[in-house]
Design a protein around this ligand. Structure first.
Ligand code: CTP
Length: 401
């Protein structure tokens, strides 16, 4: 969740500021980039050098900076735009009151007012200050602006008193932020079923009929859905690809029949289903128990049709948003729309074999997304990872926007 995210930590003047050293370490450990803005009074509680060392970035406090006899300014707008999220911890009663009223008399407050990203506020103060109606009204105002308040906890306070007002522990702050970011994702709470890769249809114990599908498109779709917060069931034929993501459950299958049975298990509870697998249309009528020996000049294999997995899902569809793929060599759009109707789909992703770099095997793809109104959205040649994002954007626009 936090990997690669730009986190701006605003530290204000309370004793809990000493805990921000742990907070910075946890953010860095989670893969985030961290910059710290320290108010003047906060620097009495925690050393700027400590935070600069831990965050691997200079700590900033004032609008004006002087370097080698030159005077420049710290651009609060730039900090606000850089941040993917802002955390103000500890947030004193003074700073929260200023944030609530729009007062802008230091760099942190100016950055807060300029920022467009989610803002998290972790209050910390003595119990009577925390209980005071003015603090309550600041907190209400901040929440009404869409800021996320991380409630103070109860316990021993620096004053020696016991009660509510302790800043949440650094680990709990990180957990709170992660949960909040997940619930803000557009596929949070949704289940996504994806088929990927080729299928292998056995001829005898050592031979099979297969195809060159790498599975990459399906794996990128799975990764994208998982990053958007979905719980993903990836039913994949044989491939060398691996995916390690907490939200992705991989179900390995070999033949079209295995894939059919596995998709049946996950279909009913799925919200979105995408069939990206290159399923073999036919399989040998019988599988030889022993390795077939070469004898005659010619060998004839009798093939029988496999079940069309996508078609059966279309027949049993209730609320699932069902998407198929079509790889066409001629009359692409017409054939794709024909498949969309025949298989009762909500959308079909068309790869044209006429486009260089599209389709099987490679790392790029060029697709058109076609929906039931025959609205065609055509995309440029992109990496399969980017194509996966485009596909989910189109689905989310139609299903959840
Ligand atoms: N598909 C499937 N099960 C099959 C065959 C295909 O689920 N037995 C799915 C693929 O995953 C893809 C879509 O159907 O999403 C289109 O597959 P494609 O082979 O291009 O089309 P077909 O309907 O099989 O028609 P044709 O081969 O005649 O073009």
């Amino acid at each position: 969740m936090l990997n690669g995210k730009n986190v701006l930590l605003g530290v204000t003047g309370g004793i809990a500021a000493y805990k921000t050293t742990f907070l910075v370490r946890l953010f860095i450990k989670a893969g985030a980039n961290v910059k710290v803005i320290l108010t003047d009074s906060a620097s009495s509680f925690v050393s700027p050098l400590t935070l600069a060392t831990l965050s691997k970035n200079p700590v900033i406090s004032n609008f004006v900076k002087s370097e080698e006899n030159t005077i420049a300014w710290n651009n609060h707008v730039e900090f606000g735009l850089w941040a993917d999220l802002i955390l103000i911890a500890p947030a004193t009663a003074n700073t929260m009151s200023k944030m609530a009223s729009g007062t802008c008399d230091n760099l942190l407050l100016a950055t807060y007012l300029s920022a467009k990203c989610p803002v998290f506020v972790a209050p910390a103060m003595d119990l009577d200050m925390y209980k005071h109606p003015s603090t309550k009204s600041s907190l209400d105002a901040l929440a009404s602006f869409g800021n996320n308040i991380i409630p103070a906890t109860s316990g021993e306070l620096a004053s020696g008193l016991h009660g509510e007002g302790r800043m949440a522990e650094p680990e709990d702050i990180i957990e709170f932020i992660k949960k909040q970011l997940v619930s803000g994702l557009s596929l949070s709470g949704k289940k996504v079923l994806i088929t990927a890769g080729p299928t292998y249809e056995a001829i005898d114990p050592v031979r099979f009929i297969g195809n060159h599908s790498s599975g990459l498109m399906g794996f990128e779709l799975a990764r994208t859905a998982a990053n958007l917060g979905a719980e993903v069931y990836l039913v994949t034929g044989p491939t060398h690809l691996i995916i390690a993501h907490n939200n992705v459950h991989v179900i390995n299958v070999v033949s079209a029949d295995d894939m059919y049975h596995s998709t049946q298990m996950y279909f009913e509870n799925a919200d979105i289903v995408i069939c990206a697998a290159a399923v073999a249309d036919y399989r040998p009528k019988s599988v030889a128990e022993q390795k077939i020996k070469k004898s005659d000049e010619n060998l004839t294999l009798e093939l029988v049709k496999n079940r069309d997995i996508l078609m059966t899902l279309g027949e049993h569809k209730k609320n699932q948003y069902l998407v198929g793929f079509a790889l066409e060599t001629e009359n692409e759009v017409q054939n794709a729309i024909g498949k969309l109707k025949r298989k009762n789909l909500d959308a079909i992703v068309l790869n044209s074999m006429q486009d260089k770099g599209a389709g099987f095997g490679g790392t790029t793809n060029k697709i058109s997304f076609i929906d039931t109104n025959s609205t065609i959205t055509a995309f440029e040649l992109k990496t399969k990872a980017e194509v996966a994002v485009d596909i989910f954007n189109e689905i989310i626009k139609r299903r959840y926007a």
